[in-house]
Design a protein around this ligand. Structure first.
Ligand code: C2E
Ligand code: MG
Ligand code: MG
Ligand code: MG
Length: 282
């Protein structure tokens, strides 16, 4: 019966639902269970120490490997997972997998100093994240200082006192904390001063301004100065050209990340590319 009505059903959908809604329904049902079906995968993007071109760490970036949709980027399913209330499950998988990979690399003789994992707003809303993080470290035997958690200004400013508590709890575990996309949200300097941070990540939109927008360049200088005066490292995201890298290094930025060095890639590729003590050329 269902089969014979297949055509009509399709017409019904195309008349009464927008393509966006249909896509969403398909995505939702496919995403539910993606973790259990082992369809999520982490790619890693190297972070380069501007001082000597060495590998300072890697950011773990999740992708969804769907049999028909292909490799789905996080912007297309993380917001959906948040709305569906399944981001906790995905986030926990990401944390565990990043820790597991660090230890697996080390066993292969590839020591990555630090792995950075992105958290979502829903994850830092709850104290549970402290336990979950502790569990991932312990289960895999990874030293806390080799894990960095990235949060954004808007995630913190939604409920700053609460975020402060959660971040203090995470910091007490010994993990490093970074603010991602810095400069694109609004944050209060009063809170920034109180947060137990290690790094500020200059958003890639400012990096792409280098060479043609002096306002963007001024913001980069200000963020680097702010990081310095708070005792934090400055990391630049979205470094695509030598000219951008030269500007950032000259301005005292500590670490660069971007297509200039490598795109995010599977764990085995990171090891093949950076495993023999490679240094980025100047
Ligand atoms: P993000 O954390 O700010 O990550 C940086 C994004 O910029 C990544 O996109 C990366 O592939 C891209 N990128 C890196 N270098 C360059 C460059 O030189 N030029 C350009 N144009 N882009 C560059 P991606 O992997 O698609 O991730 C997008 C966003 O999805 C991330 O932004 C992060 O907010 C979120 N995300 C990724 N993985 C996770 C995760 O495991 N959990 C959560 N909650 N969010 C995640
Ligand atoms: Mg990030
Ligand atoms: Mg970012
Ligand atoms: Mg982002």
């Amino acid at each position: 019966e269902a089969k014979s009505q297949g055509r009509n059903t399709y017409q019904f959908f195309s008349q009464d639902l927008t393509t966006g809604t249909l896509e969403r329904l398909v995505m939702e049902s496919a995403l539910r269970g993606a973790v259990a079906r082992k369809e999520l995968v982490l790619h890693y993007q190297p972070q380069i120490d501007f001082a000597d071109g060495s590998l300072a760490g890697a950011e773990a970036l999740v992708r969804w490997q769907h049999p028909e949709l292909g490799l789905v980027p996080p912007d297309r399913f993380i917001p959906l997972a948040e709305e569906m209330g399944i981001i906790g499950e995905i986030g926990e998988w990401v944390l565990n997998e990043a820790c597991r990979q660090m230890v697996a690399w080390a066993a292969e003789g590839f020591e990555v100093p630090l792995v950075a994992v992105n958290l979502s707003a829903r994850q830092i809303d709850r104290d549970q994240i402290v336990e979950i993080t502790a569990g991932a470290l312990q289960r895999n035997g990874l030293a806390a200082e080799r894990l960095e958690l990235e949060v954004t200004e808007s995630m913190i400013m939604r409920e700053p006192e609460r975020a402060l508590d959660v971040l203090d709890g995470l910091r007490a575990l010994g993990v490093a904390l970074a603010i991602d996309d810095f400069g694109t949200g609004y944050s209060s300097l009063a809170y920034l001063r109180r947060l137990p941070l290690n790094r500020l990540k200059v958003d890639q939109s400012f990096v792409s301004d280098i060479g043609h927008d002096t306002n963007g360049e001024a913001i980069i200088r200000a963020v680097i100065a702010l990081a310095r005066s708070l005792g934090l490292s400055a990391v630049a995201e979205g470094v695509e050209t030598q000219a951008q890298a030269a500007f950032l290094r000259a301005e005292g930025c500590d670490i660069g990340q971007g297509y200039l060095y490598d795109k995010p890639m599977p764990a085995a590729s990171l090891r093949a590319s950076w495993g023999r003590g490679r240094k980025a050329a100047d």
